[in-house]
Design a protein around this ligand. Structure first.
Ligand SMILES: Nc1nc2c(ncn2[C@@H]2O[C@H](COP(=O)(O)OP(=O)(O)OP(=O)(O)O)[C@@H](O)[C@H]2O)c(=O)[nH]1
Ligand SMILES: [Mg+2]
Length: 309
């Protein structure tokens, strides 16, 4: 089945240990009936509330093993797959333990032990198990929030804007699409992936603003750069490589060209453009400027031409 990344934005809020225990014990306190029967129903209620919540959380998570590499690696960078897996496993463990403890309690009541005593003991054991996974519950709730940062793409063609830091990638994306990433005169302003949409000549295109990448071995790239690499590698139908020949970005043209060559080795179509055309006269590639407006239409023309193949 095709993976729908929307699922990542729909993960449920996860209760803390205290919140979940409060909910379960409060619900159980409303149970009425005869002495023994009431105690048994109370325990069954506690078990239901806790188990439903755990299973609701467990079922909401996708299979991290079978999802597309782009999402898997991006989630690993953003949250940590190991952390998610460990936390989900802890939930399963606690669910099992709680069921066992409750079943044992019910058996004891049926066997004639004092219901009040069994109730007190069993509540204590359940609380201790749930509290043991409080950190994991908090991690999963944190994960739910962080998942919002994972971009969701439609099936429309994707152009990924890439290049060295500070060359003017976000300025271009903001100029031609509906997304407005922050723009600033220092490198690594953009730290995450921004997806915008524009339409040109009747073609709808998803345009992705990525963090800047330095020309250095992948093993030495930081997590911000790695996000951009993932976009280039996995989701780009074509790449718009932005070169700042004025070097006002703070990096030499030579280094930018070396990165360009590395990007080209991926075998995807690469459109090479110069930014900051208001500051230089180089015109051996399409040159655009968000200041003068020069070349903006040509950039869009070229993207659509490349996508149409
Ligand atoms: N003169 C001129 N300056 C520009 C142009 N485009 C961008 N800049 C400036 O270049 C700097 C960097 O712009 P950004 O769009 O943030 O560059 P970026 O490539 O997204 O940078 P990172 O996110 O850090 O990788 C800012 O100070 C912009 O104002 C342009 O066409 N002309
Ligand atoms: Mg940027």
């Amino acid at each position: 089945m095709e993976f729908n990344a929307e699922i990542l934005h729909k993960l449920p809020t996860v209760l803390t240990a205290d919140e979940l225990l409060d909910k379960a014990f409060r619900r159980a306190s409303k149970v009425s009936g005869k002495r023994r029967e009431k105690a048994i129903n109370k325990l069954a209620t506690v078990s239901n509330v806790i188990s439903s919540h755990f299973n609701y959380v467990l079922k909401a998570h996708p299979s991290y093993t079978s999802m597309p590499e782009f999402y898997r690696e991006l989630i690993d960078l953003t949250i940590g797959l190991g952390k998610i897996r460990k936390s989900l496993a802890a939930l399963k463990w606690a669910d099992n333990m709680v069921q066992k403890i409750i079943n044992k309690g019910i058996k004891q009541i049926k066997g004639g032990r004092s219901p009040e005593l069994v109730l007190r003991e069993t509540y204590g054991r359940v609380a201790s198990v749930v509290k043991q996974i409080d950190n994991e519950l908090k991690t999963l709730n944190e994960a739910k929030k962080l998942m919002r940062r994972i971009p969701v793409f439609s099936d429309k063609p994707v152009v990924v804007v890439a290049g060295y830091p500070n060359v003017g990638k976000s300025s271009l994306v903001s100029r031609i699409s509906n997304v407005e990433p922050e723009i600033a005169s220092y490198p690594f302003t953009t730290k995450e992936i921004y997806v915008g949409i524009f339409e040109h000549d009747g073609v709808e295109v998803q345009i992705v603003d990525t963090p800047g990448i330095l020309d250095r071995p992948i093993s030495r790239r930081n997590e911000i750069e790695k996000r951009a690499v993932l976009c280039i590698k996995y989701i780009a139908d074509c790449i718009l490589f932005v070169i700042d020949p004025t070097e006002s970005c703070g990096y030499s043209l030579e280094k930018q060209m070396s990165l360009l060559n590395e990007v080209k080795e991926l075998g995807k179509q690469v459109i090479e453009v110069y930014s900051k055309a208001d500051m230089h006269d180089k015109r051996d590639r399409i040159a655009f400027s968000v200041v003068s407006g020069e070349g903006i239409k040509e950039v869009k023309d070229e993207i659509v031409k490349t996508i149409k193949g």
